[in-house]
Design a binder for this molecule. Structure first.
Ligand SMILES: Cc1ncc(COP(=O)(O)O)c(C=O)c1O
Length: 396
């Protein structure tokens, strides 16, 4: 294996730690290089203001512009309908596990959860504090290697909402539509919920990795540190009708209504994380090519990227075993194993030495996990796919 490390090493800047690796970490994940370069400038002096982004008042004109553009650009990417708010909250995606039931479900009302992985299970557990919850479907019988069919999902009669997670970061499964033969066609599938029941989705690890039609959802949340920016903020996209649902008394800072009214800054917001999101949104918009929508271009690239790695699994003669069923394979997090745990360890060590970092799988699945978020270049996935072939040849 000669090419991966050479391809991975980027030009270094004198006086700074040198080479950059291909970072396959599940999150915080890699960021687009042009975004990182812009951050380097703006931390010193943003927009010729003479002050860096970290030092500007969150109520000043510079940050007004950063926040205003971030919201507008987020809306433009997906043509977000007008009756949705875009909020930047703190506390991570995990905080949504309790904010959602606290704001949207009365104590005697049931909420439905589809548990397709660790984070979806956590969301259900946290919601119990606020009264009954119902597990409408689960994939835990096979260690979350698939997405349950609508026919296997049992909704409760009058749920406050249905919650699901569109991409299961740890297990490497994702909700896709399938064609008549059962093969994934990679378009976003959402559960067929009873009419009038709000659909809530944890989209932390696949938001804006492919086209998304927000009009089919009522609340979507995503920790920024995978596809949207840096750790420190969670983007919540919520329909106005839900923002004003009042089911119990809550502290002011736990209410969506507070953040909607004060445009995400009732107090000092995570200014840097919001600023990074803004840069990433502009980067997403710049991916549009030849009259094609930016998310179509990104989705095709993600398909090619993940396709190279899945090919190396499928053509390894059984050396690699993928965790996810074929129709549920994630384009963002690709989970696989070598024939033994010792080989998994060797794989991770040799890959790291070859400039391919962050591949160790989560303890629930073992093996490896390659996270190929939007900012991972195609060259990174090619380098990993080449490395996998060569490793299997040497160890198979
Ligand atoms: C799908 C999903 N949901 C929720 C979380 C939790 O995010 P946070 O650490 O921002 O609370 C993660 C983190 O990896 C995730 O992948």
């Amino acid at each position: 294996m000669t090419t991966a490390s050479a391809a991975a090493v980027k030009p270094s800047t004198p006086g700074t730690p040198t080479a950059r690796l291909f970072n396959f970490s599940a999150g915080p994940g890699c960021l687009p290089e042009e975004v990182l370069q812009q951050i380097r400038e703006d931390v010193w002096n943003i927009g010729g203001s003479g002050i860096g982004i970290l030092e500007h008042s969150h109520r000043g004109k510079t940050f007004d512009k950063v926040l205003g553009e971030a919201v507008e650009d987020f809306r433009r990417i997906s043509g977000l309908p007008k009756d949705f708010h875009v909020l930047f909250l703190t506390g991570g995606a995990t905080t949504q596990n309790f904010m959602i039931p606290a704001n949207l479900k009365a104590q005697d009302q049931t909420a439905d959860y589809i548990t397709t992985g660790y984070w979806a299970e956590k969301a259900l557990e946290h919601a119990r504090i606020y009264g009954p919850v119902h597990e409408a479907a689960t994939s835990k019988d096979r260690n979350h290697c698939y997405i349950p069919a609508d026919s296997a999902t049992r909704f409760s009669p009058a749920a406050a909402y249905v919650h699901f997670c569109s991409n299961n970061t740890i297990f490497g499964t994702e909700w896709h539509e399938t064609d008549a033969s059962g093969a994934a066609n990679w378009r976003q599938r959402i559960p067929k919920v009873p009419a009038g029941v709000p659909v809530i989705c944890d989209m932390s690890s696949d938001i804006y990795s492919r086209p998304v039609d927000f009009s089919r959802f009522d609340l979507v949340y995503a920790g920024a540190q995978k596809n949207l920016g840096a750790a420190g903020t969670t983007v919540v996209v919520v329909r106005d009708a839900l923002v004003n649902r009042k089911v119990r008394e809550l502290p002011w800072m736990l209410q969506y209504a507070t953040f909607a009214k004060d445009e995400s800054r009732p107090n000092t917001p995570p200014v840097f994380a919001i600023y990074v999101c803004g840069l990433v949104f502009k980067w997403i918009l710049r991916q549009a090519q030849g009259g094609r929508h930016c998310l179509d271009v990104i989705a095709e690239r993600n398909l090619r990227k993940a396709g190279q790695i899945y090919d190396s699994i499928d053509r390894s003669g059984g050396f690699y075993r993928g965790h996810a069923d074929a129709a549920a394979r994630s384009l963002m997090n690709i989970t696989f194993k070598c024939p033994t745990p010792e080989l998994d360890d060797r794989f991770c060590k040799e890959a790291a030495a070859a400039g391919l970092d962050g591949l160790k799988g989560h303890r629930s699945t073992g093996g490896m996990r390659a996270s190929a978020y939007n900012a991972m270049p195609e060259a990174g996935c090619k380098a990993l796919a080449d490395f996998m072939r060569e490793f299997a040849r040497r160890n198979g």
